[in-house]
Design a protein. Structure first.
Length: 298
């Protein structure tokens, strides 16, 4: 197995993790982003179109359900499945790029569609659901424990309970006993940072499309008109390009998250398995240069 990153002494500081993740994202963005973002954005936009049609039909004598028609349910299910496959493919591509391997999105998609991968993701999802049912707080512990499941599957060829237990083993590795060096803390911080960035990016992209509707709503309210639904129906189609662009923005942040998670996985695994000691050993005991052909070894 090729080492994912050059070894360095000690755990990678969190802010260095963010900087390296950004650098790698910029270097490999064009190779990964389109293959992950475009399919997800297209299906997300189709779901928005169906909802817009349902909404407008209210004013044409129809009897639709605003949100959960069978068509919307099918598209929502398809979007969830497609997003899961696409995001796993993006994580696999980030691991390939980090290890210096060629980024092959076709191979990444094929890996993400394997039944063993789906089974592992299902087990992970069920564990999160159980933690959520018991109480909300355990999710903040269980989610980081399982955060390395995809890298473990891609790099170590482990699946099912073996992949989840290996992920938990890596996430709990903290020999220094320092809080800010704990992998679980770093995973949580990475989730918080990237979720905030994703939310802000989506808001900035959608705001120009939503602003005319908000202005119209405000004017209607000032005039004493409480017919909010008619105003929303007037601007509903303007939200479709906003939905498409917001999906692209969120996926762009996900690519950054994938590189951050790949870096953290490589750092923890390297320290746990002693990969970070190899350069030190090589420096103390450099390999001998073989003699020219025909000459005996000294």
């Amino acid at each position: 197995m090729t080492d994912l990153v050059p070894a360095r002494p000690g755990p990678m500081p969190f802010f260095l993790l963010l900087d390296e993740g950004l650098r790698l994202t910029r270097a490999h963005f064009r190779a990964i982003f389109p293959a992950v973002a475009v399919p997800v954005a297209v299906v997300s936009t189709l779901a928005g179109v169906v909802q817009a049609i349902n909404f407008q039909s209210l004013f044409k004598g129809g009897t639709p359900s605003l949100l959960w028609t069978p068509q919307v349910l099918v598209l929502a299910l398809l979007l969830g499945l497609l997003s899961a496959v696409a995001y796993v493919a993006g994580q696999v591509a980030a691991l390939d790029a980090l290890a210096g391997r060629p980024v092959d999105m076709g191979r990444a998609w094929r890996f993400a569609a394997r039944p063993a991968v789906w089974g592992t993701l299902l087990l992970s999802f069920l564990a999160l659901v159980v933690a959520l049912i018991l109480c909300v707080l355990p999710v903040f512990f269980v989610a980081p424990l399982l955060a390395f499941a995809v890298p473990v599957m891609a790099e170590e060829d482990r699946y099912g309970p073996g992949a989840l237990s290996r992920s938990a083993e890596l996430a709990l590795f903290n020999p220094s006993r320092r809080l800010m060096e704990h992998p679980i803390v770093k995973v949580l911080l990475l989730m918080v940072v990237t979720t905030l960035i994703s939310y802000l990016a989506g808001l900035l992209v959608a705001l120009p499309f939503q602003l005319p509707m908000f202005i119209d709503l405000f004017r209607k309210a000032m005039a004493g008109d409480q017919d909010v639904t008619s105003v929303m129906a007037r601007w509903i189609w303007l939200q479709i390009p906003a939905q498409f662009l917001s999906s692209l923005a969120r996926t762009a942040i996900y690519v950054y998250t994938a590189f951050g998670m790949a870096l953290l996985y490589a750092d923890v695994r390297g320290r746990k398995e002693g990969i970070d000691l190899r350069p030190e050993i090589d420096a103390l005991f450099p390999a001998s240069t073989p003699p020219p052909a025909g000459e005996p070894w000294p």
